[in-house]
Ligand binder design. Sequence first.
Ligand SMILES: Cc1ncc(COP(=O)(O)O)c(C=O)c1O
Length: 429
Amino acid sequence: MSGEQGGKAADALPAWYVSGRPHVWLPYAQMKTARPPLPVAGTRGCRIVLADGRELIDGIASWWTACHGYNHPHIRAAVERQLGVMPHVMFGGLAHEQALTLARRLAELLPGDLDRVFFSESGSVAVEVAMKMAVQLWLNRGERRRKRFIAFAGGYHGDTTGAMAVCDPEAGMHALFRGLLPEHHVVALPRDEDSMAGFAHLLERHGEELAGIIVEPLVQGAGGMRFHDPQVLRRLRQAADRHGLLLIFDEIFTGFGRTGSLFACEEAGVVPDIITLSKSLTGGTLPLAATVARKHVFEAFWSDEPTHALMHGPTYMANALGCAAANASLDLFEWEPRLQQVANIARALERGLVPCRELPGVKDVRVKGAIGVVELDRIADLDALRARFVAEGVFIRPFGTIVYLTPPFTIGGDELAQLTRAVVKVLRG
Ligand SMILES: Cc1ncc(COP(=O)(O)O)c(C=O)c1O
């Protein structure tokens, strides 16, 4: 056993860990060489409690989900109550209070007429559903050619094959999976007049075969925490309108306050035709996702023709526990000052990460809402860097060439300062 659990801690490895680890296959890991995962005994507030008793301050909120911290009593009570009533019923032919309440609340919160909610159980599936909706909208209107999408370099939309095909070619491993993935147009985001001209040209040439445009608004997350201006989204809206294309905003990462407004699309004043949500939807408690469509999208499926129905229905869609957690999470956004907390975090991240600007090998330091990023020229050994953060008592998972913080919005000033101090200390070397 190496590194992270070396020495005394290794003696404390629990029996479930020793007997179970040979049977799990870990995410994004070369199983032969990856360091062993840290055994977790529990979570508390913004902390991950390890089996050996150490506590790590969570700098990334469990892949950007735990926006209220862990084990929030309000969410816990809602899930426990729902468990006593009904953990799950299928959503085909049946409806339940938590899902319908959540659908209504999401429709009320989202801008414009984004008001028809299709539930699923993960972000990738929500993206698949959005793409299927877009393609079938055209089929239902009798346009059979429109099956391709425009997506953007640096974008990430999930790991299922449909979603992979609209990721950045590297994240989607397009070359490796050539022949399996449908081919779409993955191009540079139109950030300026020049790239806009190229983008407009692409639309002129291929407009007739396009179903829509998919983008992560304001922040491309897993593709490298790259930010863009709201103006880019307004340009995309104009271009989509000019060519009658559907505009899909993937807010699986940005939704629920992460960039500073409840939804990133609000900052741009743009209403997409379809929006995807997941991650913070349940406050990081249970897997749930939603694909929400505007009225005109839904109306394209409204017909006496059975084949015009949206043919999708994941077994666990609208899971009652997940919907109860999501309703409780929305209560917390109503009752507690989450967006103010995000604004405070943004200021603290700016202050705390500023010393990184002077460090050798640092290419950029940037902050947007509760997202703080230090981009490096290169990271030679990601695993070693991750282990150094653990040694500092924080859980931070750099990837590619970036070290980033996306803490829970409820994080205290001291804990946040410990996170930024750890980043500066570790990068200083
Ligand atoms: C913008 C975006 N879309 C889709 C996904 C995929 O979500 P999931 O991992 O729940 O399938 C992610 C996950 O990181 C994401 O950041």
